[in-house]
Design a protein around this ligand. Structure first.
Ligand code: CMC
Length: 465
């Protein structure tokens, strides 16, 4: 079933009854005296002038540009909307990911995240997200083959990763090395050429795990491990991370599957901060490597991709169940945040957190149980029993348990956002592609409310007090 409605944190609006309202009657009309307003419109009265305007409503939104005609007088620029952090602004039309934050629903191209994690693989989901449909067997084989044979990076990439300080954060190395790929493939800037776009997409998906593993090995002071094309996507990544002297690395299938599911869970999440960064930078028509480097940079922040690291550090600091009440008191007093809880969009249990929770046991079966699981489970239980959290609709998000899996896989915390970035690459690509092909999109350029001084005279430095 196809829906066409604005989604914003579960605020959904019913279909517009006026198809094409934006095309034909793009500007809101000044309402004629006594005329009955059309059903799918918003009537606004400007009390400064007494004028009334009728603005079309489509897919639960009004066009911000329709407000520009609302003017206090001649010379007035026209009304704008003020929306810091874009909490109530739809910036694009998208058919990739649907989220109902109130109901805790996440779907990619109409398929539920639960079904995809149960039946699919990360590469199949990436095909789905990027191409809009599930592949046939032949299409999937070709897709997997192409990605597999592009996993190697140019030897110079190794050299410049080598140039980072021994303790460089792997996320910083990833931002730089993904961006640097554009210098190896200069034709990537031909973003309107479908064939050129396709090969960059394959390269991005193929090389991201290689760059991530090289960054890790550099951090560990270990030699880089080249990709093994006999292994699947997740298995090859584990090999590049952990292979030592053995001739052939054989990943444990339970770890391989858990990692693949983690990549699926992170594949896309509509217009979050890093995706908006990719779209915003990509709107300049720069090559996709540079746009996606912007996404990786956004993911580096502790409120986004860094939250799983922060959540694990928090669990380590709490240390044991007895310390939970004191910790929660500190959170409620506003001294700190309960990391891995709360979400701009989900006002219910994040469905991704539920799926991760299920895979924890598989990973612990191989690696041994983490003592922090007990702390995490108890912390979740007590927070969900507490009015502070329930009243604010704060529930565990994807990052609450993912850190425990990464820790069990032997990853240092600095690698956690890198894992997120590998999975999210397919979403960034799909969103970038959608934007490039969307005739309504142009260079992103928000407005501002200027609050500074004006018309000051320059004062020579010796005369300043
Ligand atoms: N711990 C304690 N209080 C919280 C938390 C939290 N984790 N999150 C929100 N609140 C409180 C906040 O203080 C505010 O309270 P009040 O109304 O009394 O001022 C209220 O809940 C609303 O919070 P907000 O900051 O307006 O919500 P937001 O939508 O701007 O923030 C968030 C969303 C994810 C940044 C925030 O919940 C947070 O900082 N969580 C911890 C970091 C985290 O886990 N991030 C991962 C997000 S999921 C991964 C991804 O998809 O990127």
């Amino acid at each position: 079933m196809r829906t066409d409605r604005a989604t914003s944190g579960g605020i959904t609006a019913t279909d517009a009854g006026q198809p094409g309202a934006y095309g034909e009657a793009a500007a809101g009309r000044e309402a004629g005296a006594g005329a009955a307003p059309a059903r799918d419109t918003l009537t606004v009265t400007d009390n400064r002038t007494g004028k009334t305007y009728e603005l079309p409503i489509e897919a639960g939104t009004v066009r911000a540009m329709d407000l520009r005609q609302v003017k206090a007088g001649d010379g007035d620029f026209g009304l704008m909307t003020y929306d810091p952090a874009y909490t109530n602004t739809a910036s694009c039309r998208s058919s990739i990911t649907y989220i109902d934050g109130d109901a805790g629903i996440l779907q990619h191209r109409g398929y539920s995240i639960e079904q995809l994690c149960e039946h699919s693989s990360y590469l199949e989901v990436s095909y789905l997200i990027i191409n809009g449909v599930l592949p046939t067997q032949a299409q999937l084989e070709e897709w997997v083959h192409e990605i597999t044979i592009h996993t190697f990076v140019h030897e110079n990439v190794k050299d410049f990763i080598q140039g980072f300080r021994y303790d460089a954060n792997p996320m910083g190395m990833l931002v730089a090395s993904v961006g640097a790929l554009s210098t190896f493939y200069p034709d990537a800037n031909q973003i309107h050429d479908e064939d050129v776009r396709r090969i960059q997409i394959i390269r991005l998906l193929a090389k991201m795990p290689t760059l991530a593993a090289f960054a890790y090995r550099h951090n560990m002071g270990q030699p880089y491990v080249y990709p093994d094309n006999d292994l699947n996507y997740a298995g090859n990544f584990l090999g590049m991370m952990y292979k030592m002297t053995e001739l052939k690395y054989e990943p444990d299938p339970r770890l391989e599957r858990a990692l693949d599911v983690l990549f699926i869970l992170h594949a896309d999440h509509e217009q979050n901060a890093s995706t908006s960064a990719v779209r915003s930078v990509g709107s300049t028509q720069v090559d996709p490597y540079s746009a996606i480097a912007a996404g990786v940079a956004a993911l580096y922040g502790p409120l986004h991709g860094g939250a799983n690291e922060a959540a694990l550090r928090m669990l380590r600091r709490i240390g044991s169940v007895e310390n939970i009440p004191g910790f929660l008191e500190g959170v409620k007093a506003g001294e700190e945040r309960l990391m891995g809880f709360g979400h701009r969009v989900y006002k219910n249990y994040d469905p991704r957190a539920r799926i991760i929770r299920k895979h924890l046991d598989d990973v612990f079966e191989v690696r041994g149980k983490s003592p922090l699981l007990e702390v995490a489970s108890e912390l979740e239980k007590r927070a969900l029993d507490d009015d502070y959290f329930t009243q604010r609709k704060l529930y565990p998000n994807v990052d609450f348990y993912s850190g425990l899996i990464y820790e069990a896989l032997g990853l240092p915390v600095a690698m956690f956002p890198v894992m997120f970035a590998i999975g999210r690459t397919s979403g960034w690509i799909a969103q970038w592609l959608e934007m490039v092909q969307d005739s309504e999109q142009k260079i992103a350029r928000p407005r501002q409310i200027y609050t500074g001084d004006r018309d000051r005279d320059y004062v020579p430095i010796e005369q300043r007090g």
